[in-house]
Every structure is written in C-alpha cells, then in structure tokens.
Design a protein around this ligand. Structure first.
Ligand code: GAP
Length: 449
C-alpha cells in the first residue's frame, strides 16, 4: 500500500490554473502526451536544469559540456542498437482499435489467442499477437520522402555525446577519467504514455557520460550512484520517497552491463517510479560507433603508454519527470490556526521556486504602492519577484503559497518612517521586520544553495 496520497489530479489542475504546464495545442483538442511549460513551469524547469549543470559541469574540472544536434546520421541509430533493439511489444484490439504494451498487467489471458481479453472494451479474442514496435520517431531529410532519406528524432542525448567523444577529449585535452554532459530534447513514440508529464512523447534529458579505464568502471558506477542520490536529496525530495532499484537481467537495456534507477515515490497508484537511470554501458557504444563509422575511437593513455576504448558510466535524468516529483513532493493542503479557510502550499525549495518573493502594499494608498514598486524593481534585477496589490492581504499570501513562493514582503503603515517591511516565511508563517536596504541580502542568502 502506498503511504503517500494521490495528488496528481489536483496538481494537473493547479499547473494549468497557475501557469506551470498546459496541454500542447489545447485549442485543437490537445496532442497526445505532449505538454507545454507556462511562465512558472519554465522558470522551475530552468532552475532545475541550471542546478544540474552547475553540479555536473561548472563545479567540476573533470566534466565538459556539450550541445549536440537532435538530428543525426541514420547509421548512428543502427550502430547504437536502437533500430533493432529499441522496441516494445505491442498488441492491438481489433474491436476498439486501442493499443497496449503486450506486458500490460491489465490484459487478461494471452494476446493472439481466444482467451486474450482487451482491457479497454472487455472483448475476448480480439487482441492481436504481440508485434515489435520501434519507439523512434521517423522523418525525412531533404525533399525526397524515401527510405534513403529517413532519419530519426533522437530517443536519447547520449549518442550525440559518443560520436563527439574524441572531438571533446582532444579539444579540451581531458584525460580519462572524464565526463561529457548535455541537456536536450529526446523523443519516444511511447505506446502507453501518461500520468501527466511523467511519460511523454517529447521530453528532455540531462545526461552525463563518464569515460573510464576498463576495470575501474565498477568503482565509478558506485561513485556516481551515490553522487546522484545526494543530488536528488539536495533538491528537497523527502529521503523516504527516494530509493534505488537494481535492474534484473530481463530489465537491462540492450547497452547496459549493470543499471540502477533512482526511484521516487509519486504516491497513490503510481508509487515508486524511475526518475534517473545510472548505467554501466561498458564499451558497447564507442565500439559500435568505431565499427560502423570505420573511425578509431580509442583513447591514448600517455602515462600508461596504452590505447583502449573507454568504458562509460552514464547518469541519465529527466527534468520533466523530476519536476513532477518536485511538485508531488511539495504539494500539501493544510489548515491555518485562527483562519477558516485552509491553504494549499507548494513546498518547493527556495532555490528552485519560480518566484522568490511576492511584494505587496498593505493598502493602495499612503505611499505604500510606491515603496512596494521600488522594492520590487530593485529585487527583480537579482531574482524573480511578483508585485501584487489586488485583494485582501490573506488572499495574496495564499496565491503565492500555492505556487511555492518562499517569501512575501509587505509594505505597511510603518514602512515609510522606519524604512522597513514585514517578510513572511511560507512554511513557518513567521513574520519579521527587515530593513528595506537589507532585503536583497536577506532573501538572497535564503534562496542560494
Ligand atoms: N541514455 C539512457 C536513457 O535514455 P532512460 O532510463 O531511458 O535512459 C533516462 O531515460 C531518463 O529520461 C529517465 O529516468 C526519465 O527521467 C527520462 N525519460 C525517459 N523516457 C521518458 C518519457 N517518455 N517521458 C519523460 N521522461 C522520460
């Protein structure tokens, strides 16, 4: 039984209402499992991506950044094994025309036989035998739409890194062990997408490929497992909602010698699910590209005077899925002492929250709006703030609580004379008087980290 409640439906509604996430092409009835990020969602996602980039690239001298193209030479995907191996078994219902993964636990009986029962329409004997379905999106390059012009939208960023391994290594003079990190879009024609932004057909990845000497891969695999788990805890995800899941032999991807997922407990029926994969890919990818391209992808170790194809330890996390984990983790409804109306709070870590402070004049007179505007303008050059003078002050607090704003600054009748304001903390609800000149430092230190 799940310990944490189901909050997905409430979050979907909050995300639309407050501008985190919208359905793609909504006015046309939507595009299947594709989502757009609104003003608050894009800030939150960017904060998450910047945090990953800082931890994985800027703060290390052994990892370099890369931004490779989505469209790649079609042979890349033959070499990587995706043309033949990136497939899911799929069954169709001849009656209701719905499609399912053949291993969908809702299917009763055996698909392709008279006892196979469609989980959607309930008919027996209408499910096809499983057939392999490739998850890569195909398109054509150039004006001719034939098989010679077929290319794919990348299903992972990793291959763009492997084909650039020597470009990056030689241009930066990095020595093994070192890594290459990138953030970018990936596309998968998922058979059963769903659960809001959890599994979508267009998404992003933050992937790092760490190249190591064969024989040291297991040590590095352990190192990256621990580092990545620490990173997820540092986002503010509750420790008891995080766990590792080791892939058994039947779960391992075609390239992996070993794999652990970092899983997060999404609550309700979804429960623990992967948000990041850590893979020991051995020399599979570089060897395949060496063979298919005919170009040597060996590393020359000057110290040891030897050549080898490095092994790769990969860390692969989805910002969209992690963003969903942050929303689920932070969402709470609570009553407030002395108030009849409860409040909805997104308990996002201040460093990740899209808006850092709400700035309010208590009333729209006596010079308060002017002071509040001046404060908002000054703070805006350092971090995102939101000026709000409409409605009762309690309402304004609630609107900020619901989007995770950690601080609310109120200019009141004493502010002009005392040159100070109240600052309310989202979680403790405590209010402190802070000098206007100290606000930037006061909030700045609390949103760093
Ligand atoms: N290069 C290795 C790789 O792609 P993966 O486990 O398939 O590994 C890594 O994907 C991460 O990308 C996942 O942990 C998840 O966060 C994200 N991801 C994968 N498929 C996704 C999808 N359809 N929608 C949203 N995120 C997805």
């Amino acid at each position: 039984m799940a310990n944490y409640p189901e909050v997905m439906d409430k979050l979907v509604s909050l995300c639309k209402r407050r501008g985190f996430v919208f359905q793609s092409s909504e006015i046309y009835g939507g595009t299947g499992s594709v989502w757009d990020y609104g003003p608050l969602g894009v800030e939150l996602k960017r904060n998450l991506q910047d945090r990953w980039w800082r931890a994985m690239v800027r703060q290390r001298d052994d990892i370099e950044g890369l931004d490779s193209a989505i469209l790649m030479h079609p042979r890349v995907w033959e070499a990587s094994g995706h043309v033949s191996g990136f497939v899911d078994p799929l069954v169709d219902c001849r009656n209701c025309k719905k499609r399912f993964r053949a291993d969908d636990p809702k299917i009763k009986g055996t698909p392709g036989t008279p006892d196979g029962q469609c989980p959607a329409c309930g008919m027996k004997g209408t499910l096809s035998a499983p057939r392999q379905f490739n998850l890569m999106f195909k398109t054509f390059m150039g004006p001719v739409e034939d098989s010679a012009a077929t290319i794919y939208l990348r299903p992972e960023t990793a291959q763009g890194t492997y084909v650039n391994f020597l470009n990056v290594q030689q241009s930066t003079r990095q020595r093994v062990p070192f890594g290459i990190a990138q953030i970018g879009k990936a596309f998968r024609n998922e058979i059963t997408p769903g659960n809001f932004i959890f599994r979508t057909r267009e998404f992003e990845q933050m992937e790092m490929q760490f190249f190591v000497e064969p024989g040291t891969d297991e040590k590095w695999f352990e190192y990256w497992k621990e580092e990545r788990m620490k990173w997820h805890r540092g986002l503010g995800l509750a420790p008891d909602r995080l766990q590792f899941h080791e892939h058994g032999p039947t779960e391992l991807a075609h390239y992996a010698r070993a794999a652990f997922d970092v899983q997060f407990d999404f609550g309700g029926s979804l429960g623990f699910q992967e948000i990041e994969g850590i893979h020991n890919r051995g020399d599979f990818d570089l060897s395949q590209h060496q063979q298919f391209s005919g170009k040597k992808l060996e590393y020359f170790d000057h110290g040891g005077n030897k050549r080898y194809i490095p092994f790769v330890v990969e860390t692969a996390v989805g910002p969209n899925r992690t963003l969903l984990a942050l929303l689920v983790n932070g969402y709470r409804e609570e009553s407030v002492e002395g108030e009849t109306e409860g409040r909805t709070v997104l308990g996002l870590s201040p460093a990740l929250a899209p808006i850092k402070a709400g700035v309010f004049p208590l009333v729209k007179k006596d010079g308060m709006p002017e002071i509040a505007h001046k404060i908002a303008d000054d703070l805006r050059s350092a971090f995102p703030v939101f000026y709000d003078d409409s409605g009762a002050i309690g309402r304004r607090y609630r609107r900020q609580d619901e989007i995770g704003t950690p601080f609310c600054i109120t200019v009141d009748g004493e502010s002009a004379a005392a040159n100070d304001v109240t600052v309310r903390d989202r979680d403790s609800l405590k209010q402190e008087r802070i000098g206007i000149d100290s606000l930037r430092d006061y909030i700045g230190t609390r949103i760093s980290g």
